[in-house]
Design a protein around this ligand. Structure first.
Ligand code: HSE
Length: 435
């Protein structure tokens, strides 16, 4: 049978990884897919660079629309990224009856509903394994491997840049800004690192996972997002003394009245496997009612790990090419008419435990005043350390871990603590999950 014909839109790091892995493993991939998979055409604004990567093995064009309009192309792989031209091209490829494979989490988290609707109407597949956690097959696991379960929650380290920065801050005791510079010099962080360090990239991925875990529409705009740029390495040190690591987690949790969808720095007990995921690695923990906890670990970025996911999608689409659209795995794991509009709860309704650090006057009765406020709010203390005041200092740090309470309750108690004359400045609040 003639190999399936693929058109690549964008041949940067991931695109060249796709080209190299497909060339290297073509025989095994053909044996799995049932027919060959061939990159027939590549579109990139930098045609000279594209030609240097693909040589004489594929046509190179400067205009992505030439690929979409080519009747020989069966699958379009979008590796441009972002919501702008990428969105237009994906919709045009769908309208032209092409299957689409994309690594574009931003696009799917924000415009997924529109894109999947267009794909369903046209009877084509939009596959997106590479959009979440790079080479880790987490979409496959959530949509297919765990299909028997009620997924209760998903919690993941789904941004390698921030995990690298947090690992370095902990290992070297350095402040965020200094480690960010190092990460940029090493190529782990972008020149403009905002999307990564402010948690937006992780929120895109958490949004996609929440949709397929719970059968809900993508609601990126409702996600609570807090990055790591304001995290003080002092808190990483105190957390460690209490037996915890701080990780930027993307969390999606099913609750009776809705779902929690949030990204923030999170204390995790250091004995959990996921707390020990270091450097730029990713990991996702999924709790299902039947299977219990399952953990997926691997590289969340990079040319070949991401290519691994893109090509797995190409194999899937190749196998399904001639199948009837109704019998394919649904885009959002649940049949389209079974996707329910469950609300994402505001952060004030989230229930979790807290790490609180406050700077207080070192004199009798201070701790009693603070614990009284917590008791009045029914917030139970799980652990507490009070540092000895440094020589000549009138103030010292108190660090507390609380049991679970609603965020609004914690915030009200914190406001009362901050109003005490013996408390200096703001209380640092970090969320904590036992997972
Ligand atoms: N920028 C992402 C990260 C990789 O740092 O993990 C691509 O999603």
């Amino acid at each position: 049978m003639k190999p399936i014909q693929v058109g690549l839109l964008g041949i940067g790091t991931v695109g060249s990884g796709v080209f190299n892995v497909l060339s290297r493993n073509q025989e095994e991939i053909r044996r799995r897919a049932g027919r060959g998979i061939e990159i027939a055409c590549v579109a990139d604004l930098d045609t000279a660079r594209a030609r240097a990567i693909v040589g004489e093995n594929a046509r190179v064009v400067g205009d992505a629309r030439e690929v979409i309009a080519n009747p020989e192309i069966d699958i379009v792989v979008e590796l441009i990224g972002g919501y702008g031209i990428a969105k237009q091209l994906v919709l045009e490829a769908i309208a032209a009856g092409k299957h689409v494979v994309t690594a574009n989490k931003a696009l799917l988290a924000v415009h997924g509903t529109e894109i999947f609707k267009a794909a369903a109407e046209k009877g084509v597949v939009v596959a997106y394994e590479a959009a979440v956690a790079g080479g880790i097959p987490i979409i496959k696991a959530l949509r297919e491997g765990l299909a028997a379960n009620q997924i209760q929650w998903v919690a993941g380290i789904i941004n390698g840049t921030t995990n690298f920065i947090l690992s370095e801050m902990r290992d070297k005791g350095l402040p965020f800004a200094e480690v960010l510079k190092e990460a940029q010099a090493l190529g782990y962080a972008e020149a403009d690192p905002t999307f990564d360090v402010e948690g937006v990239d992780a929120a895109h991925k958490a949004t996609i996972m929440s949709a397929i875990a719970f059968g809900i529409p993508k609601q990126f705009d409702k996600a609570y997002i807090e990055g790591i740029s304001k995290l003080d390495s002092v808190d990483i040190g105190y957390a460690e003394q209490l037996g915890y690591r701080i990780k930027l987690l993307g969390i999606a949790r099913r609750r009776e009245n809705g779902v929690e969808l949030r990204v923030h720095p999170t204390l995790i007990p250091e004995k959990r496997l996921i707390a020990n995921v270091e450097g730029a690695m990713n990991a996702v923990l999924v709790q299902g009612d039947a299977v219990g906890a399952t953990l997926y670990y691997g590289k969340g970025a990079g040319a070949e790990p991401t290519a691994s996911a893109v090509i797995a999608d190409l194999v899937d689409v190749t196998r399904l090419h001639t199948s009837d659209p109704e019998h394919r795995v649904p885009h959002l794991a649940f049949q389209p008419d079974q996707v329910h509009d469950v609300p994402v709860l505001p952060i004030e309704e989230v229930v979790t435990s807290y790490y609180l650090r406050m700077r207080v006057e070192d004199k009798p009765g201070v701790l009693a005043d603070i614990t009284r406020i917590l008791a009045d709010s029914s917030i139970s203390i799980e652990a507490l350390i009070q540092k000895e005041a440094a020589e000549g200092e009138a103030h010292t740090d108190i660090i507390m871990l609380t049991h679970q309470t609603a965020e609004k309750n914690a915030n009200a108690a914190i406001a009362r603590i901050e109003a005490l004359p013996v408390v200096q400045g703001k209380v640092v609040k970090l969320r904590m999950e036992t997972l």
